[in-house]
Ligand binder design. Structure first.
Ligand code: WT7
Length: 663
């Protein structure tokens, strides 16, 4: 359970400059009220701004809730929206992606690629042609993608969507087991990877990770390997092929008709961690999703043709899917994409990127900012970052110190700077400031307000609106475009996880509070999901990896605070008969997690115990485990989700802390 670890300063309002249309809370409140009352008409108005091959029959098919179909019967294509539209316009030779690789020399990247919309269009067409002719990829298929941050990643995503096929991207920090599990669940036909990638001076051997995954991935028949590092990799005859070879016969001017897909057909499947069970495949649609991205690119990022936009996320997470690939490209923006670490070879790489490309709209994260603060502000001051006119943060609550630091050093204490709340499930931003529409005063740490068309609320345990200043659960009360179609192959779970705690409403799993001015402050997860550097990890995945070790009988993983990453996981382990705690065993368990889940899940520590605290209903009392890991008393015993009695908690705490203390 996450507790708020800084004090909220509700009254500290900052009015950003340069927003001619700044309006009062009352105006926004009224506009918003109307938008949620007539939400179907409201969203339909936005959807008409997209290019449809065939208009929808119904704005919202709500005949089978919570499985909603937005713009049912309408036909469109995401790759057409991102490419063909611009190629027919003055944007044809406008730069779409400025990419730089990691290796640097004298403060400059060794490799920069600038791809125009026409370049992207031609390449996506050629790749789509190859996928179709060579691997018989068509509508209804799924392709797996395990690529680093190179232009081929968005190119393959767009090529799949051009064919009406869905894709499933696995973040390159995940392990072979994590890939295999996702490929099997998604029933991917092929997987696209690279011979390697650079991160912080190290070469990541992605292909050998895929080779291991292939031993378990039953449905994947072929591996396409993009050349990046020229690392020597093992190619399996008849199964693996270099991308360059696969493309050899494809005409330089190949064209593939964009498939006219139904609005409610799947664009992609992206796996996220939950509290229990294996990762859930969130299925996102085309029509609703693209409509939400269109709206939020305009309202939240105020995107203009003159902007240079930079979202620092990795495309392997939803932030990159929505706000590196589909959102900015649909809007015809020029954007920056980079490989590697933003603080390698030196702390200033990110600030140097802003300066070198003149970034004007910047999307970053609290974990990144905390790292920069630690590195020291001299690294930012080396560069002219005054091109930045708007900033946003995402991934976890932003602590006011981090907000103020970036606001001062890059924001020059005047540019709009918000914290956009959303999640993999929501497809796009839900609660945020909307400088592109009207700007309300900012408060360091707040998320602002639900965007137009989104009906969010903080409720108590019974689902009634919570009083101002009181913590409650965050819910979304109406369907929205961009919501998942379902959890892939598990519709019951979709209903259970999101729509059963508060029937008919989407339960986000976050604690939130509204301040007396109505601003939303999302406080953190109300469940056992851990956020490591803004990335979501489920305790279940880590625990099920640990029990695969022959010495482990049972385990509990909890997140503990970390200065930079926000949270990091630690494990409590009960050993089987005949095994004794040792440093070597700790090392083995840490390595096991890296192997099974991936480096992003690295355990900070392992504690050995002989018993784990449980409630009478046999649920592990993670709050107690967490308190022990942090060397703190069990703490607040009045939380809303508490299943155990106060005595039970106190006893369990005394027992476990005594035990762990001994060792
Ligand atoms: C969880 C979703 C969606 C982009 C990246 C994360 C937390 C995200 C914020 C924010 C407070 C935030 C929530 C949410 N979260 N953004 N601006 N303020 N909390 O996607 O991995 O699906 O994680 O991230 O706890 O539930 P995700």
């Amino acid at each position: 359970m996450t507790e708020l670890n800084w004090s909220i300063s509700f009254d500290e309002r900052i009015s950003p400059e340069g927003m001619p249309n700044a309006a009062k809370v009352d105006d926004y409140a009224n506009f918003h009220k109307k938008s949620i009352k007539e939400y179907k008409e409201f969203w339909a108005g936005l959807a008409t701004e997209l290019d449809w091959f065939k208009p929808w029959d119904k704005v919202l098919d709500d005949s089978n809730p919570p499985f909603y179909k937005w713009f049912a019967g309408g036909e469109l294509n995401a790759s057409y929206l991102c490419l063909d539209r611009h190629v027919k316009s003055a944007r044809k030779n406008k730069v779409a992606i400025i990419w730089e690789g990691e290796p640097m020399e004298d403060g400059k990247p060794k490799e920069v690629r600038k791809l125009t919309y026409y370049d992207m269009y031609r390449e996506v067409n050629r790749v789509a042609h190859m996928l179709k002719e060579k691997y018989n990829i068509k509508q209804g298929d799924v392709i797996g993608i395990y690529l680093p941050m190179i232009p081929e990643l968005p190119i393959f995503m767009l090529a799949a969507s051009r064919l009406g096929a869905a894709f499933c991207v696995v973040f390159s920090g995940f392990s072979s087991d994590a890939i295999a599990e996702r490929m099997n669940d998604a029933e991917a036909k092929i997987i696209v990877t690279a011979d390697g990638s650079w991160r912080a001076g190290k070469m990541l051997d992605l292909k050998s990770i895929v080779d291991q995954a292939m031993q378990k991935a039953k449905t994947v028949k072929n591996v396409v390997v993009v050349t990046r590092t020229r690392n020597k990799v093992n190619m399996v005859e008849g199964r693996d092929e270099y991308f360059e070879d696969a493309m050899k016969g494809v005409h330089t001017n190949a064209y593939v008709e964009p498939e006219r897909v139904k609005s409610e057909s799947p664009l992609y499947i992206l796996y996220t961690s939950g509290t229990t069970g294996k990762p859930k495949g969130q299925v996102h649609d085309v029509g609703g999703y693209m409509t939400l991205l269109h709206a939020t690119m305009k309202w939240v990022f105020d995107i203009k043709d003159s902007d240079v936009y930079w979202c620092m996320a990795d495309i392997g997470w939803v932030t990159g899917h929505s706000y590196i690939v589909f959102g900015p490209l649909m809007e015809g923006a020029t954007e920056v994409m980079y490989e590697g670490s933003p603080v390698f070879p030196e702390q200033n790489r990110w600030a140097s990127i802003i300066e070198r490309y003149g970034v004007s709209v910047f999307y970053t994260s609290p974990t990144a900012i905390r790292g920069w603060i630690k590195g020291g502000e001299q690294w930012v001051k080396m560069h002219d970052t005054s091109s930045v006119r708007l900033m946003n943060s995402v991934g976890e609550p932003i602590n006011p110190e981090a907000f103020k630091w970036l606001f001062r050093l890059v924001g020059r204490e005047k540019v709009p700077f918000g914290s956009t709340w959303w999640m993999t499930e929501t497809g796009g931003i839900m609660i945020s400031h909307v400088p592109g529409l009207m700007m309300l005063p900012m408060k360091p740490g707040t998320n602002g307000f639900p965007i137009p068309g989104i009906d969010a609320e903080v409720v108590d345990e019974k689902g009634n609106p919570q009083k101002a200043g009181e913590r409650g659960f965050l819910v979304l009360k109406k369907p929205w475009p961009g919501m998942p179609l379902t959890i892939f192959k598990d519709p019951n779970r979709f209903v259970d996880v999101y729509f059963s705690k508060f029937p008919g409403q989407f339960y986000a799993g976050d604690y939130a509070v509204r301040d007396p001015d109505g601003y939303f402050w999302v406080l953190g997860r109300a469940d056992e999901i851990i956020k490591v550097a803004g990335h979501r990890l489920g305790t279940y995945e880590l625990e099920s990896a640990l029990i695969q070790h022959k010495a482990v009988a049972e385990s509990a993983v909890v997140g503990v605070p970390d200065e930079i990453k926000g949270e990091v996981p630690v494990a409590f382990v009960i050993l089987r008969q005949g095994f004794i705690p040792s440093e070597q065993l700790k090392g083995e368990l840490k390595e096991l997690i890296r192997q099974q889940v991936g480096p992003i899940a690295s355990l900070k520590d392992v504690f050995f115990a002989s018993k784990l605290p449980k409630t009478r209903s046999a649920k592990i009392m993670r709050r107690v485990v967490k308190a022990v890991a942090m060397g703190m008393p069990p703490g607040d015993t009045t939380t809303l989700d508490d299943e155990a009695s106060i005595d039970e908690i106190k006893n369990a705490y005394a027992q476990l802390s005594g035990e762990v203390g001994k060792k």
